[in-house]
Design a protein around this ligand. Structure first.
Ligand code: URP
Ligand code: ZN
Ligand code: ZN
Length: 465
């Protein structure tokens, strides 16, 4: 199968030029001006920016959590991702207590196979680090292409591991070339504050945020970085939400340490004020870390512009408000509200509108933080994350003038609300290609469940500066 994308403006993290792009058997084989080659599909990309497909390195599809499971599976979630211009995602497989890493790996393979419409890879969440699991971390990196591991400093009894475990896992990555991704919140402090709030009868959704102070995230971020420094390895902080935590990353980077971090659109566009919405509305925004006071947003945008933050991912983890009533599990107790919110579909349009159009970042930095850096950080580059001869034909034909009113009525995510309901954004995908195949054409889905492929990632150190 061959595809020729003509007359577009190719935009990568480093370059911008008028060119035609020829994709043969899913891989870019020629880039040039005025290409006149026969192709099975010819696309006129006049007026469009031809960018590498989005890479979302933080999703939770079909994930068991808090007595229910996330509302998007690998089919609905990847269809929504495709509509939003994301052509590769990295989801989190979860080790079960009392088991090794292989059952989790196989379980997540089964979840994705036959369903995914875009390419996918996995990180592994490690909950118990026995000697056997330690050996399996090596095998994941060496044989299975799972080269990153998430650890939690929060959720005691569910996911949280102690500092000794964290340190041992970090040392493992020193030897096998993997990367530790850290959920950095001080679980002990938070658990105590939650119990205290509930004792006082403070049960409304806003207490989720009020019992998870920014200092708890800042402290854990600093500790995680210090542990990584002592182990002599890089570290990647996931879903960084606030200035307190960003300051720790900045300090470390100023010292020359290989500390990296992602933030997510929810922390750039939403705030604590959303918890003050009437009734149980605040439950829509219950996620961890929680939304912060609005002033933090400016600090995060600066962090993205100055490379103290390298990636914008989504932490897509949707739970329905009413149909079915998943968030309602915490109607009388905020600590029982399943944590997470949807976002897999809206990342590119939000970051373009709020970042590029607002003059906070340029279009090259946009490509870098939504595609190139995630690819480099997680061993997908240069197969993914750029437009170059030899790279996969994953592309977004981006229309900078396309206007979207974000709404649950029109989104493709399998969840009954949208946290950005009614927000109008300008700039979005007109067409989306995965390995040269058009999977979204002006809002119409053209892909097929099961066409998405598992991508084995490379081990090795992050290539991001
Ligand atoms: O609230 C969140 N973030 N839910 C997903 C799990 C996690 O910690 O990433
Ligand atoms: Zn997390
Ligand atoms: Zn997450």
């Amino acid at each position: 199968m061959t595809t020729l994308v003509k007359n577009g403006t190719v935009v990568t993290a480093s370059d911008r030029y008028q060119a035609d792009v020829y994709i043969d058997k899913g891989v870019v084989s020629l880039i040039g001006q005025g290409l006149n080659l026969p192709a099975d599909t010819v696309i006129d990309a006049s007026g469009k920016l031809v960018m590498p497909g989005g890479i979302d390195v933080h999703t939770h599809l079909d994930m068991p959590f808090g007595g229910t499971k996330s509302a998007d599976d690998f089919q609905t979630g990847t269809v929504a991702a495709a509509h939003g211009g994301t052509t590769t995602l990295v989801d989190f497989a979860i080790q079960n207590f009392g088991e090794g890493l292989y059952p989790a790996y196989e379980g997540w393979m089964q979840r994705a196979e036959g369903k995914a419409v875009v390419d996918y890879a996995f990180h592994m969440i490690v909950r118990e680090l026995t000697d056997q699991v330690s050996g399996e971390m090596d095998k994941m990196v060496k044989h299975e292409g799972i080269t990153s591991f998430k650890l939690f400093m929060a959720y005691p009894g569910v996911f949280m591991v102690d500092d000794a475990t964290i340190f041992r896992a970090l040392l493992k990555t020193r030897d096998n070339g993997g990367l530790i991704c850290m959920h950095a919140e001080n679980g002990g402090v938070i658990d105590t504050l939650v119990k205290e709030a509930l004792r006082k009868g403070q049960t409304a959704p806003k207490y989720h945020a009020l019992t998870r102070p920014t200092r708890a995230e800042g402290e854990a971020t600093g500790r995680a970085i210090a542990l990584a420094e002592m182990a002599g390895v890089p570290i990647y902080i996931v879903h960084l939400s606030c200035s307190d935590a960003l300051e720790k990353v900045k300090q470390a980077r100023d010292m020359g340490l290989p500390a990296y971090a992602e933030t997510c659109p929810q922390y750039l566009f939403l705030s604590y004020d959303d918890y003050e919405r009437p009734g149980f509305e605040g439950a829509k925004y219950v996620m961890s870390p929680p939304l912060r006071e609005k002033w933090n947003q400016e600090a995060l945008w600066k962090g993205l512009a100055k490379n103290d933050l390298q990636v914008v991912s989504t932490d897509h983890c949707p739970f329905c408000m009413n149909e079915p009533p998943q968030k309602q599990l915490g109607k009388d107790d905020f600590s029982k509200i399943p944590n997470g919110a949807p976002g897999i579909e809206t990342r590119l349009m939000l970051v373009w509108d709020g970042g590029v159009r607002a003059g906070k970042i340029d279009m090259h930095r946009f490509v870098e933080i939504v595609s190139t850096n995630p690819a480099k950080m997680f061993g997908l580059w240069p197969k993914k994350g750029t437009i170059a001869v030899g790279s996969d034909g994953d592309m977004v034909l981006f229309d900078p003038e396309k206007e979207t009113t974000i709404s649950a009525k029109t989104h493709h995510m399998h969840v009954d609300y949208n946290p950005y309901e009614g927000r109008v954004v300008r700039g979005g995908p007109a067409m989306v290609l995965s390995r040269g195949e058009v999977i979204v054409d002006h809002g119409e889905f053209k892909g097929r469940p099961g066409r998405g492929q598992f991508v084995k990632r490379q081990p090795g150190r992050p290539l991001v500066g």
